[in-house]
Design a protein around this ligand. Structure first.
Ligand SMILES: Nc1ncnc2c1ncn2[C@@H]1O[C@H](COP(=O)(O)OP(=O)(O)O)[C@@H](O)[C@H]1O
Ligand SMILES: [Mg+2]
Length: 258
């Protein structure tokens, strides 16, 4: 199982939209996909027509090492993937995590138990660099950073790089940013094109070739509780996320020699 973490401490950059629609695109290729929502706002969960969980056992119990992930899996047969919903009680999770030892290692350990069941796990993370995001980053095989081509996005990227550097120092790991995804792109905007060009010039290996254009249907799809390709597979947002899935497969899946 390849764990992809979609992260950016800035809100509104397309993390949830990317996690959901990339998952649906990967699932459309027949790959077994699990989606994990660790944002207390649980937009991913509600965007799939689910309710934010107020169940007795939630993802927070998993993060506090009191429950297994497997008990929380909800199949979404219409979309071909499974989901572990987010929960409003994640707000207090970060405070409570202080009482367990090495709290940010727990998620990785719990995910290891599901490794045989899935080809991919995609994690939607909150807009912060707290313990929840760090837990996700530590579990990551590949880190994807969605960003809008604006001045402050580049600053946000430096903050992500610093956090990853600090995690590596603290845990002797070797995480890096594997994919930078340009989202909500307006090709008519000169400034956006300039920043995009600069980004590719500075980080040619990390930036995905695929660009996610601004697309109204991407913003409307969650109100129907569906990934965009289950509403209109020909919409430009659908085509873009299909292309991204192709790039992820080509870039991240190791070629197994016979
Ligand atoms: N490519 C896009 N075109 C138009 N709207 C988008 C696009 N991507 C995301 N959005 C909308 O922008 C808002 C923020 O996106 P979201 O994925 O929720 O970001 P994040 O999870 O980083 O906070 C949402 O309302 C979403 O529907
Ligand atoms: Mg979100």
């Amino acid at each position: 199982m390849l764990i992809l973490v979609v992260a950016n401490q800035k809100g509104g950059v397309g993390k949830t939209t990317t996690t959901l629609n990339l998952a649906a695109s990967l699932a459309a290729t027949g790959r077994k996909v699990l989606l994990l929502d660790i944002d207390s706002q649980a937009n991913l969960t509600t965007g799939l027509g689910g309710k934010k969980t107020f169940e007795e056992t939630t993802i927070t119990d998993v993060l506090l090492d009191d429950a297994a992930l497997s008990s929380l899996i909800e199949p979404k047969p219409d979309f071909g993937f499974d989901v572990i919903p987010g929960s409003p009680d994640l707000i207090s999770a970060e405070l409570e995590m202080a009482r367990v030892s090495d709290p940010t290692s727990i998620l990785k350990r719990k995910l290891d138990n599901l490794a045989e069941q899935y080809d991919y796990c995609l994690i939607d993370s909150p807009p912060s660099l707290g313990m929840l995001s760090v837990s996700a980053l530590r579990a990551a095989d590949k880190i994807i950073i969605p960003l809008q081509c604006e001045h402050f996005s580049i600053e946000g990227l430096s903050a992500m790089q610093r956090t990853i550097f600090e995690i590596n120092e603290a845990t002797n790991s070797n995480l890096k940013i594997d994919g930078i995804l340009r989202t909500m792109f307006d090709r008519d905007k000169e400034r956006a094109r300039q920043i995009s060009d600069k980004l590719v010039e500075a980080l040619p290996k990390q930036v995905f070739n695929t660009i996610i254009p601004r697309c109204d249907l991407l913003a409307e799809a969650p109100s129907e509780g569906k990934p965009i390709m289950h509403i209109d597979p020909e919409a430009k947002g659908s085509l873009a996320y299909f292309a991204l899935a192709g790039e992820v497969i080509a870039k991240f899946e190791e070629i197994k020699s016979v």
